[in-house]
Design a protein around this ligand. Structure first.
Ligand code: ADP
Ligand code: MG
Ligand code: ZN
Length: 284
């Protein structure tokens, strides 16, 4: 039986601003641990966020380059979850009212034009970083509230190579615009790959698995290929694909289960009452 691969990518790009998304702390994190922090990005009670307008400029620029519709009505929403490196207990993101929708990116692969739909682009803040040392862990909040653009594609990819090539073109576009430094080793550009398979001729999509935080073009390709094989094997053995989040291990070239997949409603999204809606005029 022949199978078809279906992939959608969620790309996170760190925006090249000097200061964070909602405070004036610097965005470089190679300085001393927790040096670039303040009451806002460490989630102190009573501290209030103020939007960095430059991030909106860069989001618009990116949206125009990716042939998106730029939406006038923008709302920041709280995505609620607990994690030690998320001091507020929520991440400020966009949900129902993102800045850009309905775009596309066209690129050449082996001389053939490929077009991938862009579902949406939204602005959000990064979390801090935990490092684990035997029986204790350390938290560095320099990265907390650094601005990101999340660029979500339609499930339009039909091969792993196509996904890797899209990442290369997207990186080049962001570099050209000056929106992101594209440094994948430092995590400035990373992606989550949503992967499913279906039997050829089938019209419904299969259950998807999300592979988190892939940080190289080669790994995007290898992780998708491995995951495709794993899912086909399971189906051939008469088993069901579980919707879950997995991690790719480049040393072993395989993916491992991390947690069962959360749904949007698990996050209890709601508009952030500390931030006003942002109106993006046609002139802007
Ligand atoms: P979440 O935030 O829960 O990951 P999204 O609605 O933002 O959910 O979708 C994430 C990505 O999953 C998108 O890039 C989309 O194209 C892709 N996707 C959705 N369904 C499938 C599927 N059945 N197979 C592969 N990719 C999919
Ligand atoms: Mg996702
Ligand atoms: Zn700060």
């Amino acid at each position: 039986m022949d199978y078809e691969l279906i992939v959608g990518l969620e790309v996170h790009a760190q925006v090249l601003t000097e200061t964070k998304l909602f405070c004036d702390c610097p965005t470089y994190f190679n300085s001393g641990d927790n040096e670039n922090t303040c009451p806002v990005c460490t989630g102190m009670p009573g501290a209030l966020p103020v939007l960095n307008k430059k991030v909106v400029d860069y989001a618009i620029l990116t949206g125009l380059a990716l042939n998106c519709e730029i939406r006038e009505h923008n709302v920041f929403a709280r995505k609620n979850y607990f994690y030690p490196d998320l001091p507020k207990g929520y991440q400020i993101s966009q949900f129902d009212d993102p800045i850009c929708v309905k775009g596309k990116l066209t690129f050449l692969l082996d001389g053939v034009e490929n077009t991938i739909g862009i579902t949406r682009i939204h602005m959000e803040e990064d979390a801090g970083k935990s490092t684990h040392h035997g029986d204790f862990s350390l938290i560095n909040l320099n990265r907390s509230s650094v601005p990101l653009l999340e660029i979500v594609s339609e499930p339009d990819f039909r091969s792993a190579k196509q996904a890797a090539e899209y990442m290369r073109y997207l990186r080049q576009t962001l570099l050209y615009l000056g929106v992101c430094d594209g440094n994948m080793d430092e995590g400035s550009l990373r992606c989550d790959a949503n992967v499913s398979v279906r039997k050829k001729g089938e019209t419904k999509f299969g259950t998807r698995v999300e592979i988190k935080n892939i940080n190289s073009f080669r790994f995007v390709e290898k992780a998708i290929e491995y995951e495709m094989g794993r899912q086909i094997d399971l189906i051939e053995q008469g088993e069901k694909i579980v919707q879950e989040t997995r991690l790719y291990d480049p040393d072993k070239n395989r993916t491992m289960s991390m947690r069962s997949k959360e749904e949007a409603h698990d996050y209890r999204y709601f508009p952030d009452p500390d931030l006003l809606p942002v109106s993006v005029s046609a002139d802007w």
